[in-house]
Design a protein around this ligand. Structure first.
Ligand code: FAD
Length: 481
């Protein structure tokens, strides 16, 4: 499907440079050493390599030469030390749900799959902390801590791994209330690019001890080291939870409602926008029967009294902006049904155009500018006649417009990228960011320079060179070295 990543270089808009470095073959001796240590846990089967050389982005597969399934920190350190000796690329792999070309082996090398490192190592309910291996999935973690009356709020829709979420600085639907991975990771164990094992941070809630290496690795997209353990903050399950939906005449009205909610300080837990196309897709996929109009899907957490108070304020503000048919999802089953449908939105929409793939924007802007951003993106997509849908974590100022393109049609791909450029440029003009939560990967590399300037990207390069002098850790991502 589509074209190989390398073939895109001369056709995509200049904002999406792709690394052009030559592949770095895995030496036969290294492959032999991997096979000797890992046996069947080292695979060169085409299907396994292909599965590890792609993500949910529209790029075609760029498979690694081998995939190694690690089961311990020792395994990871051994592979990385071997790769460092041979100057071979290593690409950490969690659950493969990233959206920006993060996992493509653009220079070849070995995919280091940590999904079997999936044990909860240490729970401290009295301190609200937990330490997990990187392959633990977010739903698995929530199942394990639920009986303790606790939960881990970061929810990127997909059932991603905690290591991958830390590596992409993920957020999702609960971030407006509980923060992102940046706020919820306390400490890490990391295998550095030389194969050494280091620890960053502690279980203490705060620290002024030296450089904040935890925050350096959170969001580093596998380019600085492999995360082998993560200590997280947990949160008490709220006493009362209520979800509600409300429909609006257009996306602007829904977003203006959200802006006002945030400005008056309603501590809303989730506030998600779905445009008419997204509602149509989830209706089709999950048989929901919702009005096919822009809507907000909201959730309130707190004591029963505070939940009622929040909801009353929201209803009043929504009415001022033309919001109608405010309805509660009162039972846990109904709530789960609505949120599951929201999480299906991406794949439900792709199914509306069989064979399509999604080119997704991820801008995040200061909240006061969000309505104009969403409205402009919607108007342009409609004018361009490109199938699309919008979902957004609008309480954070973050929204995604996904263009559903025929990957075999270069003109369509280019139109989507041109629209994507426009969305990002407008966000940068109002001091927003090209990526609120997905990361840079391959797709947003050019935008990073525009957003931060050459000086900041050069400093990132210096950090990369100093921590990974052989450029073995997920090379060719975030910036061209
Ligand atoms: C339908 C859908 C909805 C989504 N919604 C959201 C959303 O709302 N919010 C959001 O933030 N994201 C969202 N995403 C994107 C994705 O789920 C996140 O980026 C997630 O954090 C990726 O985790 P993963 O385990 O799948 O990582 P992978 O895709 O396996 O890897 C992602 C990156 O992290 C690196 N990495 C993985 N594990 C490690 C490790 N142990 N050590 C070092 N580096 C590592 C990889 O090398 C790669 O660069 C969505 C994706 C889909 C498909």
């Amino acid at each position: 499907m589509g074209r190989p990543a390398a073939a895109l270089v001369d056709t995509v808009a200049p904002c999406h440079p792709l690394p052009q470095a030559a592949p770095r073959p895995v030496p036969a001796g290294m492959l032999q050493d991997l096979r000797e240590r890992f046996g069947k846990r080292c695979s060169t089967a085409a299907a396994v390599r292909e599965q590890h050389g792609r993500d949910e982005s529209p790029f075609d597969v760029a498979p690694p030469e081998a995939v190694v399934f690690c089961e311990s920190t020792d395994d990871v350190a051994w592979v990385v030390a071997l790769a460092a000796r041979h100057g071979t690329p290593v690409i950490p792999y969690g659950a493969g749900s990233s959206l920006e070309g993060h996992l493509l082996a653009v220079q070849g090398g070995v995919s280091l799959d940590v999904s079997r490192m999936n044990r909860i190592l240490d729970v401290h309910p009295e301190d609200l902390t937990v330490t997990v291996q990187p392959g633990v999935l977010r739903n698995q973690l929530n199942r394990e801590v639920k009986d303790l009356g606790l939960f881990f709020p970061i929810d990127p829709g997909a059932d991603a791994s905690i290591g991958g979420m830390a590596a992409t600085r993920a957020s999702g639907t609960n971030a407006v209330r509980y923060g992102t991975m940046r706020e919820n990771v306390l400490a890490l164990e990391v295998v550095t690019a030389s194969g050494d094992v280091i620890r960053t941070g502690t279980r203490a809630r705060k620290s002024s001890a030296g450089y904040d290496l935890t925050r350096l690795f959170v969001g580093s997209e596998g380019t600085l080291g492999v995360i082998t353990a993560v200590t997280l903050k947990l949160h008490p399950l709220p006493e009362s939870v209520a979800a509600a939906i409300c429909f609006f005449p257009d996306v602007g009205a829904a977003v203006r409602t959200t802006i006002q909610l945030i400005q008056v300080g309603v501590p809303i837990a989730r506030c998600e926008l779905l445009d008419d196309n997204a509602v149509r897709a989830v209706n089709h996929h999950d048989k929901l029967g919702l009005r096919e109009q822009p809507m907000l899907l909201m959730e309130f957490h707190g004591s029963p009294g505070s939940v009622q108070e929040q909801a009353a304020t929201v209803q009043e503000i929504a009415r001022e902006h033309g919001g109608a048919d405010f309805a509660w999802a009162t039972t846990p089953e109904e709530r789960t049904r609505l949120w599951t449908a929201r999480h299906h939105a991406f794949f439900s929409a792709l199914q509306m155009r069989p064979g399509s793939r999604g080119v997704t924007t991820d801008t995040c802007v200061p909240i006061s500018r969000l309505a104009e951003m969403v409205t402009a993106a919607k108007d342009e997509a409609v004018a361009a006649g490109l199938p699309h849908f919008i979902v957004g974590h609008v309480g954070d100022g973050n929204f995604h417009i996904a263009y559903m393109i025929d990957p075999d049609d270069p003109a369509e791909r280019e139109r989507a990228e041109t629209l994507n450029d426009g969305v990002v440029r407008r966000a940068l003009q109002v001091q927003g960011t090209c990526s609120g939560e997905h990361g840079i990967g391959l797709h947003k590399m050019g935008f990073l320079v525009e957003e931060t300037g050459d000086g900041a990207v050069e400093l990132m390069r210096q950090i990369k060179r100093s921590l990974d002098p052989g450029n073995i850790m997920n090379p060719g991502k975030i910036f061209v070295l």
